[in-house]
Write a protein that binds this ligand. Sequence first.
Ligand code: B3K
Ligand code: ZN
Length: 878
Amino acid sequence: MTIDTGKVYRLEDYRPTDYAIHATNLVFRLDPAHTRVTAKLDFERREDAALDAPLVLDGDGLKLLSVTVDGAQLSPDAFEATPDRLTIPRLPRERFSLVIETELAPEANSALMGLYLSNGVYCTQCEAEGFRRITYFLDRPDVMSVYTVRIEAPKASAPILLSNGNPVESGDMADGWHYAVWHDPHLKPSYLFALVAGDLGRITDSFTTRSGSIVQLGIYVEKGKEARATYAMDALKRSMVWDEEVFGLEYDLDVFNIVAVSDFNMGAMENKGLNIFNDKYVLADEESATDADFANIEAIIAHEYFHNWTGNRITCRDWFQLCLKEGLTVFRDHEFSADMRSRAVKRIAEVRTLKSLQFPEDQGPLAHPVRPRRYREINNFYTATVYEKGSEVVRMIRTILGAETFRRGMDLYFERHDGDAATIEDFLKVFEDVSGRDLSQFALWYHQAGTPHVSVSSTYDEARGELTLDIEQSVPPTPLESRKRVMHIPLAIGLVGKDGRDLEAASSETSSFADGVIQLKKRRQAIRFTGLSERPALSLNRGFSAPITLASEQTIDDRLFLSRHDSDLVARWQALNGLLSDHLIETSKAPALQSNMAGRLAEVLGAIAVDDALEPAYRALALTPPSEADVAREIGSNIDPDGIRAARDTLVDTIAAANRESFEVLYRELEDSDSFLPDAASAGRRALRNVLLDYASAAQGVPGLAAGQYRNATNMTERAAALAVLARRFPMAEETVSALADFERRYGDNPLVLDKWFQVQATIPGDAALSRVEALTRHRAFSIGNPNRVRSLIGTFASSNQTGFHRADGAGYRYFADRIIEVEKRNPQVAARLATAFRSWRSLEPSRQELARKELVRIAAVPGLSTDLKDIVDRTLA
Ligand code: B3K
Ligand code: ZN
């Protein structure tokens, strides 16, 4: 564990290394306690480096056995080695080769960075700075090298030996050992190195690229779980076809392997030719996985595969450029899922994720630009801002330039930068070059943190048929940035007529309005539309063309109208969601408020539910009111989670009561008698049915319906949804107790499924949640060392249980802080990620604020805190 030194890394300090490493030859002799790594590194001093430039290699907790330079062992006074650094002050010549021997104990590696053991399987995680836990190296993305890797291990315990690139040789050795050699011809940075060794099952397939090369595909999983990997394989092949068709990008090695492991800090990792996955994002069948799991698997398999070009062939110059690969690759996986599923539904889901994860980040103490300028711990910057907002920025480039020009820009990017470690400037330049446009103001999206706020007011001149929009933009201050510059915001709009069709109108300013998109570039901007035959309803930010918050003076009638008739489904959903959200905000503050709004909303939702012109998946989204956390975010300050919960419960009850009969009828109609298919249309019907189950259960006030669905469920989507309704609505009911017990019995030997059981109990609202979560921390299937278990129980409690976590007496905060401190000792990265659940503490009402602050201060005071956790806690408190 790296103890915090307070050192800050700055973008402006970037400087290339003095030495390049052309070839990296690694030999691993694997052993749980004494793995021997021999690294032979071919160095060359770069042309502009000083002749006497010392060589300083990164390490992290390393045990050095020996160093030789060009075959001669270095005497102890010729170098300086600490666990974290190897310095050789004088080097013989311009080119030399260094052999470094280190010894590792994978079994003792609980941080899950570098080489570690997961359920007896050796595996690695090197991004961002894990390679330095394997050997001393120039462990940064702009040092790219050709890797050859030899793995030696006992044949019995590790029959499978994998690394990056293509297999070149394998064979037996003495004493029951064997070896395999892998060679990766593509230059790559150390963070893309990977090794896997163990006794794994696999499924295989092959793929023929557009130009006729045959690629052997393999997915490796724990033995006995092979059948659950077929959906992932299917998703992989579809990803490969899609990238050829949509971006013209082919795969470039003879093999592509995916390995699923059960201990993994995040979702997955795009190591060249050897993606390593959290098994949660590989394993699925109808009995064990929900539709959401299937969709996540499809998206993440695609995401990691797409990194082969956006990330691996073109990598990042330094970690400040992380969004260059992540934002772009998220954009690519979003487009892939949109093509595989329903585009509008996918987009709405993206908007919901962005608002629930990225907006609070951007509006709180952890706000940072999509391309940060400084960091203390880079692992803390794998954020929703870098990923999701980073993707939105790429989407806006496409909106501004048009799809065709965007594609030409991408082509130029691949042509110009293949093999490079590139920057955001390089990326923007290709689009400027293909379009001839100046994107310097647009570039602020990368440089400036904070969610821009746009307000729109309109005046309609009936006599002249003219609509004038007065638009104003501002960006709120964020940490270290009090003054903000004016952004270039592409705002897609529509003028909707009484029949729901978009009205034709001419605009006064052709330079800032074309194809339904206003290019906002000034603090205040007015735009006039003429030739209108009637007063239109204003549809704003269609397709969520810009990641902004929006205020507009619109009548309730206009908003209700748009929520039924806007031709843009995303805007339609936004109109509805905005109404629901505003109503919840009002009633959370004034519970006794008398208005007929709830009734009107219930009526609209009732109509949407049975509107066959809408796909069921859309209806399911529309019928789901904003979550308690969504409402809290919209309120922004002095938050009282109990008031929000009461308001939401009341609204749901009103909707449920008003539509009781029709919802029950529809619920029954949607029952699926066909065999299970994981496709989007089937999933959409299940989603709608599950939303209706919740409403119907609310209306009935008894658990019977949900208990019935639980009992008769033929797939996990139905079963898990029924369990959630039971646990959240009727936590004390006998039906709930027995369903929970049944679930535990059925899936007791399947940790991934049991995670759903932990999750659902962690979200039972109110004060009682904490004692339940505490008890579950002692459950035999719970393990504080496994990131999936920790996230399911403890992470879910803090991030998705507003009333449980934010208990008025602060006990939720205290328990959570204790767990963070406990997890940190083993795994600082996971602990730091958990701690971000405190990020909105300043928005709470004063008494909860103080209780949360106390816990943050208590964590900060723990002696010897890791950089990971210290960085998050310090910034959260600042
Ligand atoms: N690139 C990895 C994330 C690595 C996280 C390191 N802390 C997975 C991905 O985004 O594809
Ligand atoms: Zn990624």
